[in-house]
Design a protein around this ligand. Sequence first.
Ligand code: MG
Length: 398
Amino acid sequence: MITIRDVKAIVTAPEGINLVVVKIETTEPGLYGVGCATFTQRYLTVASAVENYLKPFLIGKDVHNIEDIWQTANVSGYWRNGPEFNNALSGVDMALWDIKGKLANLPLYQLFGGKSREGAALYRHAEGDTKEEVAMNVRRYMDEGYRYVRCQLGGYGGKNQTLVKPDNSPDGAYYDPKIYMRTVEDMFSYLREEFGPEIEFIHDVHERLSPIDAVGFAKRLEPYRLFFLEDALPPEQIDWFENIRQHTTTPIAMGELFNNPNEWVPLIKNRLIDFIRIHVSQIGGITPARKITAACEMFGIRTAWHGPADVSPVGHAANVHLNVSSPNFGIQEYYGFSDQIKEVFPGCPEIKNGFVYPNQRPGIGIDINEEEAKKYPCHNELPQWTLARWPDGTSVTP
Ligand code: MG
């Protein structure tokens, strides 16, 4: 029997974004696995959950029994489904899948049934303060071979607007939802004229609208034939997706903030979304992600896993194995690996002509160079962009 000998959380920020990776060492010399546990805004809490709670729970357990370890660890603290512990659990879960692939001497997608496609299509993020600047960035990605681009004018919720605030208003990330909706609609009208019908456009509301405005906005964007509209509502307002469905055929993607099965189950079983967009480490890793993928397949919903720079390359690599193996893969978000990132994480997935490919190494196929990782310490700063406010100072979901 091969058992878990040591568990540790490695924190590093090669691009200034705090990443958490779990490494599990086994009783088999040289056999270890890595997993993504990145909740960038709460990285110290995740690392503590790994070292103080999961490590003593896991030492001595048989590395083969991933499902049983996931189930028992998930309920080990009685209260569950919170983002910090889910991320810690994801680090463990992915590391155990990595170990299983190494034991089988197969890349992980082979354990998931092999390839449904050779490579997974990616979407990139084009932003600008003007529609012309957005168009320039779209063109740049198209020249690199991408066929799916998310277009954002002035950041989430928009910027550069003349806002009139009450006296003594606190600092924050202010934006005006009405101006935001109007200018984004105008941007898509311009982009469709510039680029024609072939390219696929995506837009992220980032839960910045009131529910009824989100319904109206999804309808107003219908003529521009989006590939999908992302996170139109916050998780607290998921019942409103039924209203969006009744009013528009704009495809809907949802879920990067999800932590709890009660958030995604109703949307899947009622066919209220078209793409599930979960941040895989936020729900506990590959084990739950595969179950959600299978559930979505039954209901005609495709996957579009969250893939920003605050998913570690280990998490991105795990997503690639899910993406090439799942029959109902839709699209993968991608932000671009830098040279520093590739040095800290040898084995980053290969990107070519708008597709990502898994490498052929056993397991997840990626590693962490702990010496390189130490060169980039994390910083515990409060994020400012999460302090979103409407023009009168009202705090809203970011
Ligand atoms: Mg998003």
